[in-house]
Design a binder for this molecule. Structure first.
Ligand SMILES: *Cc1c(COP(=O)(O)O)cnc(C)c1O
Length: 401
């Protein structure tokens, strides 16, 4: 059976060139980068080259990149690290209602320790309004963390505008020495850019963010490796304590093969490729959305029509359980997702879809298709044909019809 993978937001296949580049670092160049002998120095050189490549991808400086075990650790590091660093200056954190769990859960964790977290609402398309952020900023705010592009609905947030709001607020506090730590003014601005890096041109200098998370396996790199960008001048408490790796910012022997793979994955992304691939995917996306809405009665589209990732389609097919459709599609070789991979094992409707104002029923009837390099029009034609059949069958046996 032909298999069609339409779940690139959950993970991407590792590029062959990435795998090839990683292999020598398991056996030939297996040294510990902290070792002073040639084995160690060879590994260290590879790690530093990867750091340079990741920095180039987001227009950062090499020293601003700290390797982590993935997007989850980068988010935890940014949020808890800022909270612990600035807890004597304020206890308020502002985030959004549609963050990934690796942002929401650390926030919930901090709430239990006395921090106050504000979850900004989003509009029906999933957009955070900069005016809402402006209203919530107080002298107690130490961190603002807003997702760059949402993993479930693909909505791309106005990060630059949100950063501007924070910068304006900080400049008004400029007279207050109280409002800076070792010269760095807060609130810090963090963005979970795991769905964006490698898929959209990202320039940290232009954006003005202080902290940014990325993950290798979301852009054809290996799993279990990512990075946190920490702007020069910002110091946050380490998440892992131990050795002096990563200039004392993240203890533990470096995942050398993974880091090399992340570096190559970053190197393989070019701005012109992003632009041409996004053009190709946007066309496929919009045609696929239209074909679902035209061919399946009582179907609706979720998220923003244009301010969205080129590879993301999220629809609700009313009266049919998303999970039932997902399993039926899987039987004919098509892989997609309901909401997000993390929430698919829980019975709670997606917090992202309910934040858009969708009822739990509509949220439960959602499907997410995310495309990538291998996705072709014929795959989507086949998917639509199968989906139409499946929905008819499921509606036939559903008490809702
Ligand atoms: C996948 C994902 C993460 C988690 O990254 P891991 O590397 O899998 O830990 C965080 N945020 C978003 C938006 C994601 O899509």
């Amino acid at each position: 059976m032909k298999k069609i993978y339409l779940d690139y937001a959950a993970t991407t296949p590792t590029d062959k060139r990435v795998v090839t580049a990683m292999l020598p670092y398991f056996r030939e160049f297996f040294g510990n980068p902290s070792s002073l002998h040639s084995f160690g120095q060879e590994a260290k050189r590879a790690v530093e080259e990867a750091r340079r490549r990741v920095a180039v991808l987001i227009n950062a400086e090499s020293e601003e990149i700290v390797f982590t075990s993935g997007g989850t650790e980068a988010n935890n590091f940014a949020i808890k690290g800022t909270a612990y660093t600035l807890r004597n200056h304020g206890l308020q954190i502002i985030t959004s209602a549609i963050e990934h769990h690796s942002v929401l859960k650390p926030c919930k964790f901090l709430e239990k320790q006395g921090f106050k977290v504000i979850y900004l609402p989003v509009d029906e398309y999933g957009l955070v309004n900069p005016k809402d952020l402006e209203k919530k900023l107080t002298s107690e705010t130490i961190l603002v963390s807003i997702i760059f592009a949402n993993n479930e609905i693909g909505t791309i947030e106005p990060i630059k505008d949100l950063v501007e709001v924070v910068k304006k607020f900080r400049s008004k506090q400029v007279s207050s020495i109280q409002h800076s730590v070792s010269g760095a003014q807060f609130p810090f601005f963090h963005t979970d850019a795991v769905q964006a890096v490698g898929h959209l041109p990202i320039n940290v200098k232009e954006l003005g963010v202080d902290l940014l998370s990325l993950s290798g396996h979301k852009f054809y790199g290996p799993k279990g490796v990512g990075a946190l960008y920490i702007r020069q001048g910002i110091k946050i408490t380490s998440f892992l304590h131990g050795g002096e790796q990563e200039r004392g910012r993240r203890a533990s022997t470096e995942n050398v093969p993974g880091i090399v793979g992340l570096g190559v994955a970053a190197e393989l992304i070019s701005k012109s490729d992003i632009i041409s691939e996004n053009k190709r995917l946007t066309k496929l996306r919009d045609e696929f959305i239209a074909s679902i809405l035209n061919n399946i009665p009582k179907s609706q589209f979720n998220g923003h029509p244009t301010r969205r990732l080129a590879n993301n389609v999220n629809v609700s097919i009313l009266g049919v359980e998303g999970e039932a459709m997902l399993l039926s599609l899987d039987e004919v070789g098509i892989a997609c997702s309901t909401g997000s991979a993390c929430s698919s094992s829980s019975l709670e409707p997606s917090h992202v879809l309910t934040a858009l104002g969708l009822s739990p029923e509509v949220a439960h009837s959602s499907l997410r298709f995310t495309f990538g390099r291998e996705t072709q029009k014929k795959d989507l034609d086949y998917t639509l044909q199968q989906l139409v059949k499946i929905v008819k069958k499921l509606r036939g046996i559903s008490p809702f019809k």
